[in-house]
Write a protein that binds this ligand. Structure first.
Ligand code: SF4
Ligand code: SF4
Length: 429
């Protein structure tokens, strides 16, 4: 299927081919799992096992010294062969436990439990979400309980669930909601219960059966809001604009279907986060599919499960073609935050050279927040950042529209993101 993604500002459109995926169920179990100790945007968790330890499926293998680091569990039973430094799908590195698969399974094949969260205290739901290591993947990955605890300190926080993808080329969240609507809605409702909130917002960019959402959210009240399909529509700043005016300045928790399903599995079925759904696609892979993949499965194993390469890959990109990250190493593992893997070929994603800016102004015309990416990149390069530039860099939504249209192939939004993450030196201000 061909999809036209229209930018929110200007008439620019990009065209992407989106084959319909097989919902293929469980991927095969990796004979070796590489489980990074850093699976959110905080510091690494610390191992509570040593090399040579035998671990059960779902056993805790690492936890943070601060409460805000998510817990890490063994995705497969086996023996910890080593701790080693590896590349992560977000482009960084981490120490990982290398687990050799062996022994029996404690979760796979077990009769599913059904925990009645509706009659449980809020503290018990929060304890389970923390214990099972649930990470929010709405934007920067952080432990979900960190968001819940912060929100609990606020007066009347809002919960909003985006039912579509932040990056429309990623596709996972839209498909998860279509395939498992009840789990997504119930997962969000139990988070509302943890916060003692009686109603929550669901935002869609499609026409939906709103009655089904309302029923699945019970006993919470579901309010369904509609946005358009222009890009970007799904980041926090865009979503806040469609809330009722009285709600727009209230603090809140924003959720995606991936997080809601993980919370549902953790609380209702008592499952630690040892797998996640991943969308695999691209012209250089045989099969487009959505697989339930064990954390720690390497990209090489995932691509093999999807029928292997059909042509030499030019680039492998995780979490969407517009805002995602290029990954070089096929031994990079799937983590709690991997949503999609695109395997591109030379025709769709040829090698390119970055050229100097030709001052065409196209980046300026597409920016949804009316900032000047070309000027910002220039001042970052020349270390001439002033307060007004800092304000502009901080208002960037990292949507990538500017980069997509730049004829000189300057990675504008990556430069702005890196500058923001690095912080601004006093002398730059
Ligand atoms: S500068 Fe930021 S907000 Fe503007 S188009 Fe680029 S990435 Fe999007
Ligand atoms: S789109 Fe690229 S080449 Fe054109 S003005 Fe912006 S940075 Fe320069």
């Amino acid at each position: 299927m061909t999809r036209f993604i229209r930018f929110r500002r200007s008439m620019e459109t990009i065209t992407v081919t989106q084959p319909v995926p097989d919902i293929s169920g469980n991927a095969f179990l990796p004979p070796v799992a590489l489980v990074p100790f850093r699976q959110d945007s905080h510091d690494s968790a610390h191992p509570v096992v040593t090399e040579g330890t035998r671990v059960k499926e779902g056993q805790l293998i690492a936890r943070g010294t601060a409460p805000a680091t998510s817990r890490i569990h063994a995705p497969v039973p086996g023996m910890i062969r080593s701790f080693k430094k590896i590349s992560c799908p977000d482009g960084g590195t981490s120490t990982a436990a290398e687990i050799l698969l062996s022994g029996s399974f404690d979760i796979l094949g077990r009769k599913e439990e059904n925990f009645s969260w509706k009659t449980s205290p809020e503290s018990e739901i929060i304890r389970i979400l923390e214990d099972k290591g649930v990470v929010s993947t709405f934007e920067e990955p952080v432990p979900l309980v960190e968001l819940i605890r912060d929100a609990k300190k606020q007066k009347k926080p809002v919960i909003l669930v985006r039912l579509f993808d932040l990056d429309p080329t990623c596709q996972l969240d839209s498909i998860l909601f279509k395939e498992f609507p009840d789990k997504v809605v119930e997962g969000a409702a139990l988070i509302a219960k943890a916060l003692n909130i009686r109603s929550l917002y669901f935002v869609t960019d499609q026409d939906l059966d709103t009655g089904a959402i309302t029923r699945a959210a019970e006993p919470m009240e579901a309010v369904i809001l509609k946005t358009d399909t222009r890009y970007p529509s799904g980041n926090r700043k865009q979503l806040v604009k469609i809330l009722p005016e009285a709600e727009q300045n209230r603090p809140g928790i924003f959720l995606d279907p991936s997080t809601a399903i993980t919370a549902y599995e953790a609380v209702v079925h008592n499952k630690p986060v040892v797998y996640r759904y991943v969308f695999v696609s691209g012209p250089a892979v045989a099969r487009t599919s959505i697989l339930k993949v064990r954390i720690g499965t390497t990209l090489a194993a995932l691509i093999q499960e999807s029928g292997g390469f059909t042509s030499p890959p030019s680039r492998i990109i995780t979490n969407g073609l517009i805002t995602g990250t290029a990954v070089q190493d096929l031994s990079t593992p799937i983590t709690k935050t991997t949503k999609s893997v695109h395997i591109m070929d030379k025709e769709s994603c040829p090698d390119y050279t970055v050229h100097d800016c030709i001052h065409c102004g196209r980046c300026l015309q597409v920016c949804p927040v009316y900032i000047d990416p070309m000027e910002l990149v220039e001042v970052i390069k020349n270390k001439k950042i002033r307060q007004k530039h800092i304000r502009s860099i901080e208002s960037c939504q990292h949507c990538g529209c500017c980069t997509m249209v730049c004829p000189s192939r300057i990675p504008l939004h990556h430069i702005l993101k890196n500058a923001r993450e690095a912080g601004f030196r006093e002398e730059d201000k």
